[in-house]
Ligand binder design. Structure first.
Ligand SMILES: O=C[C@H](O)[C@H](O)COP(=O)(O)O
Ligand SMILES: C=C(OP(=O)(O)O)C(=O)O
Ligand SMILES: [Mn+2]
Length: 392
């Protein structure tokens, strides 16, 4: 299908963008991306949208998961992560009794929003690590300098990953998704079909906007509005019901099915207080929204120098999420999790008993703590049992 590259973000404020040092180098990289083919096919994007519409209508579940930050050169870990997602999908669909749509945080999850622009170690301050598509994790000025060449590497790594998971072509293991954070990258990979005038984000099947970039009048929301891919928005504890109504009005004014997913990440201790009024007000507006629970990002704790999460908090937030939707008569539509197929020690708890003192043994995440394979399967199984009790 012939497609044309699309223009930029019309001067709207863009949060969390890297401070690229050399504008000419950036221009060269984005021009090169504009010449390359989209990473995903419109047919697959359309199929996913149709499946998500089914989930929003209560007839399927979404399982979205993978690393917090993918790193370059880690295809074997990515494959183990996808294998774990497949195991979770099997448990969920069998026990919960609903078809499961599997979407990886894979093949492009290379950019991170951060709480602070700099990191200080021993009195030395450097730009914070923003993901392999931007800079390196090593604590040197050279590594931390944002390098536009990395955008091209992100494309190459995504293409290789898609090839491995079978979504670069015919076979279907899982769909790809990542946070639509880097506007230079996303805009350069947008494609408009001149025959239909439809614009697709070519970087992944599904994208999401994070908690730090969901302001309605800014560039990321406009990006979500422009493309026909399914889009999710993360919803943290500061979001009001009116914020969600405005997001719906911007991103999905036609109330088209399958377009918008709301991923709540409120924390096990706050979900009961916050979620019911968000759901009630959104339900009243009549938009077909898919509600998904991210039980990771509202439950991060800092222990010593590292971030961790308790499997018990993760399970508690999922339990409350399902129960609240059940009480309100809305569909608890799925899970969004940070997991890996490796036997890491990043989250505390689970049957194998990872304890706080074990965290340093195999902590390899480039950003947030992920459930390891066993913990991920346990969480899927406990959630599936909970879903099995939900009236269909
Ligand atoms: O993955 C999510 C965010 O990028 C992450 O939680 C931010 O982490 P920070 O608070 O260490 O910057
Ligand atoms: C940045 C993330 O989450 P949030 O925007 O919800 O904090 C993430 O999913 O890694
Ligand atoms: Mn994260």
């Amino acid at each position: 299908m012939p497609t044309l590259p699309c223009a930029g973000s019309h001067g709207l404020r863009a949060d969390q963008q890297p401070d690229w040092a050399d504008p000419l180098q950036l221009q060269r990289a984005t021009e090169e991306l504009e010449r390359r083919p989209a990473l995903v096919r419109q047919e697959d994007v359309d199929t996913l949208r149709h499946q998500l519409a089914e989930a929003a209508a209560g007839r399927a579940l979404l399982l979205q998961g993978g690393h917090c930050a993918e790193t370059f050169g880690s295809l074997p870990e990515m494959e183990r992560t996808v294998g774990t997602l497949e195991g979770m999908t099997e448990v969920l669909s069998r026990v919960a009794g609903l078809p499961v749509i599997t979407v990886g945080r894979v093949a492009g999850q290379y950019a991170k929003p951060r709480s602070r622009p700099t990191e200080v170690r021993d009195g030395v301050s450097l730009p914070v690590y923003r993901g392999d598509a931007v800079n390196g994790a090593g604590f040197t000025a050279r590594e931390r300098s944002p390098d536009p060449e990395r955008l091209l590497r992100a494309y190459d790594e995504s293409a290789a990953a898609l090839h491995r998971i079978g979504r670069g072509g015919e076979k279907a293991a899982c769909y790809s998704s990542h946070e639509a954070l880097l506007l230079d990258y996303e805009n350069a990979l947008m494609r408009t079909d001149p025959r239909t005038n439809r614009t697709m984000a070519g970087s992944a099947h599904m994208l999401w906007i994070g908690e730090r970039t969901r302001h309605v009048d800014r560039a990321h929301v406009q990006l979500a509005q422009r493309v026909n891919n399914p889009f999710a928005v993360k919803v943290g504890p500061s979001a009001t019901a009116d914020d969600l109504l405005e997001l719906i009005a911007r991103i999905n004014p036609e109330h088209a099915p399958g377009k918008l997913t709301l991923i709540t990440r409120l924390g096990a201790d706050r979900i009961n207080e916050i979620l019911p009024r968000l759901v009630e007000k959104v339900r009243l507006c009549g938009a077909p929204v898919l509600w998904v629970c991210d039980p990771m990002h509202g439950n991060t704790r800092v222990t010593g120098a590292v971030k961790t999460r308790l499997v018990s908090d993760v399970m508690a937030e999922i339990g409350s999420f399902i129960e609240i939707h059940q009480q309100l008569g809305t569909h608890p539509g799925g899970l969004h999790l940070e997991i890996t197929g490796n036997a890491v020690t990043e989250c505390v708890g689970g049957a194998a008993g990872v304890r706080e003192e074990n965290l340093s043994e195999n902590y390899t995440s480039a950003c947030d703590p992920r459930l390891n394979r066993d913990q991920a399967l346990e969480v899927a199984s406990a959630a599936a049992d909970r879903w099995a009790l939900t009236p269909k």
